[in-house]
Design a protein around this ligand. Structure first.
Ligand SMILES: Cc1ncc(COP(=O)(O)O)c(C=O)c1O
Length: 371
């Protein structure tokens, strides 16, 4: 089998997702999954919008039929909400799928892809998968170094990926900095601004990308997986020039998003109350975590998203100890930050529990070192 596999596929290190609750329950021998909390994948701790669930139940009767491959009604809803024409919207099986479509269209062997490190690991995954050269530009104080990214661009560069806010740091760029950067990007390069956590940003940090879609080769990516609480449905969207969307659609599978997901996404968009509540819970949660980490004497990176990077020493060890106590977080070794954990903001009780367990396992670590 190995001899048949393309060379670039041999180089792929499988993506390590946050551990599912059921898997941890099996591993630590706990029967009650309710006693386990997952703060590992930046999901919405309030769950999906109740309105979305109601709409999905009604839509289930028609799942014998193929979905609307063009996601017509969802694009209409997005168009109204974002004040962007439907021709500039593409809907994907999570924004991850759109990342892959972009690669299909623009990147082949010998082309270069530029992105920051550490950033969303899927950029590295797709660059490897498509046999591209990857330039990983180190973050500067946990923030994208836009001048260095521009410097890394050469004649072979086809795509730049920028996650804003960045995952795993939770840091965001100033909109004026993004504008300056875009103005300097040469014409043969597509810029993908991955805004999976856009809705968590305070208004003054929200970059107005729409006017740039026709001025530059800019693609904005958004998702229903985060603030809208629909990660399990796999649905996200992109905004780009009508020409770019038309080309991306050529490499899209005809029925890439399913009917319940499209229906859920439309209702979630309308449920402003749920978004407001989520923002409130997140704001309070970030404060609780900041105060808690400070109390424990832990350094952290101030975040404008729904997760935080905190320095705990031996990240893998602390991750395992938290896991054995039923708290799932994300170790950062894969992101070359072995001393850090990435922790998703949870419900108030979950944040308190995380801090209690963290205090306990850190205490145990100190005792182990100085018995
Ligand atoms: C920066 C970033 N982009 C994209 C995604 C993927 O989103 P989706 O669930 O829409 O594929 C994530 C998910 O963690 C992310 O952090």
């Amino acid at each position: 089998m190995k001899n048949l596999v393309r060379a670039c596929v041999h180089k792929i290190k499988p993506y390590q997702p946050g551990k599912p609750i059921e898997e941890v329950a099996r591993e630590i021998g706990v029967e009650k999954v309710e006693s386990i909390i997952k703060l590992a994948s930046n999901e919405n701790p309030l769950g999906p919008s109740p309105r979305a669930l109601e709409a999905v139940r009604a839509a289930l009767d028609s799942v014998n039929l193929y979905p609307d491959g063009s996601a017509y009604y969802l694009k209409q809803s997005l168009s109204r909400k974002l004040e962007a024409p439907p021709e500039k919207i593409i809907v994907g099986n999570g924004s991850n799928e759109i990342i892959e479509l972009i690669m299909h269209v623009f990147v082949g062997s010998g082309h270069r892809v530029v992105y920051a490190h550490p950033s969303f690991l899927v950029y590295r995954l797709v660059a490897t998968m498509f046999g591209a050269e990857a330039t990983e530009v180190p973050l500067k104080d946990f923030v994208h170094d836009l001048p260095a990214i521009l410097e890394a661009v050469d004649a072979d560069t086809r795509v730049i990926f920028i996650a804003n806010p960045n995952n795993p740091t939770g840091t965001a760029l100033e909109p004026s900095g993004i504008e300056e950067f875009l103005a300097g990007v040469p014409d043969h390069v597509v810029v993908v601004l991955d805004e999976a956590y856009y809705e968590y940003l305070p208004p003054e940090l929200r970059f107005e990308g729409l006017p740039w879609l026709d001025r530059k080769k800019l693609i904005l990516l958004r998702t229903f997986s985060k603030i809208y609480g629909l990660a399990g449905f796999r649905i996200g969207y992109g905004l780009a020039s009508a020409e770019c969307v038309e080309i991306l659609n050529r490499v899209r599978q005809p029925f890439n998003t399913n009917t319940p997901a499209q229906v859920a996404a439309r209702s979630a968009l309308e449920d402003e109350e749920h978004v407001k509540n989520t923002l409130e819970v997140n704001r309070e949660g970030l404060k609780t975590l900041e105060e808690g980490f400070s109390r424990l004497g832990l350094e952290y990176v101030p975040s404008v998203a729904n997760f935080m990077l905190v320095k705990v020493g031996d990240g893998e060890e602390i991750f395992k100890r938290l896991l054995s106590r039923g708290v799932i977080v994300r170790p950062m070794g894969f992101y070359d930050l072995p001393e850090y954990l990435r922790i998703t903001v949870g419900l108030p009780g979950e944040n308190q529990r995380l801090l209690r367990e963290l205090e306990a396992v850190l205490g145990a670590q100190v005792k182990d070192r100085n018995p």
